[in-house]
Design a protein around this ligand. Sequence first.
Ligand code: ZN
Ligand code: ZN
Length: 365
Amino acid sequence: MSKMHQSRIASVAERLAKTNSDVIFITPGADLRYLTGYDALPLERLTCLAVRSNGDAWMIVPTLEKPSALAHGVPDMGIELLDWQETENPYDLLIGKVGSITNPLVNNLMWVEKAFGLQGAAGVNVELAGKLLSDIREVKTADEVSYLHEAGAAIDTVHSNMHKWLRPGRTEREVGKDIAEAILAAGHVTVDFVIVASGPNGASPHHELSDRVIQVGEPVVVDIGGTMASGYCSDCTRMYVCGEPPAEYLEHYSVLMAAQEAARLHARPGVSCESVDAAAREVLESAGLGEQFIHRTGHGIGMETHEEPYIVTGNETLLVPGHAFSIEPGFYFAGKYGARIEDIVTCTEDGIKSANNTTRELVVL
Ligand code: ZN
Ligand code: ZN
């Protein structure tokens, strides 16, 4: 593993060398996990990786975290491991090691207090890494693609068993608790989110769980995901109804299925992310449901559930093999109901492969 991480760090240095910045600082989170495999807790105490454009790299950790950093093999990746005692200033220690600094970059999700700490010690303003890191992370290797498909298969088993938990008379929270257990039983190590949105709650795309009792004939949005031991995430939405849904809903739903399929058929290497969004959106718009499709068509996925590339108007990034993202158009009628169909797909040499393969039809329970 350390070879893979070493080459990821080297590619950060190479990209850095093409900018007017000569160092990047990265604190705990998905960027640090991706580059080093070190799943450090994001805490108030500073843990920070610094990579220079010439390839030199340091990681500073609190002394009490040093055994953990050693266990993750940090020094084997060509990273010099530094540690700081409770009463020392870790920012001064790290900057003292790194030396003179021009236009330092920080990872986008660094806590502001850490960014300000680095800025104060360096005496120069920090800038966001922006796409420098996401450009590397968004194109997955064959191994990463297989981890995402494993995650997809795991969440599919949860959707396949929904009839065991989703019934009228139960609350969203009761159903959600069972689903969360099933997400872990299916092989995930964490439950990242459980959306069970019945009837009118379905009109809020990120509604999670409430004590609302699920009624007969109500569509229920179930959007669930977790993270596998590989570090890669699942995310899949399917639609359920107990009994007979309103006829108008069924009409809308068949349009939504066509929109989701249009985006899947369109996505392939060489087409832009925004055109995948347009493929789904046009189908909904031409059926008069454009106003009800209130979000982008999708997001990239990997070690985070939401990452680049975003499938949205304005993103002209062209798909290449290894891109991994969701295709999840929906429609939302406030006060009534909503619907979304979501698959995670990976871009192949000539199209896409879906990581989610349970039926996309409205499942009648
Ligand atoms: Zn999603
Ligand atoms: Zn989702």
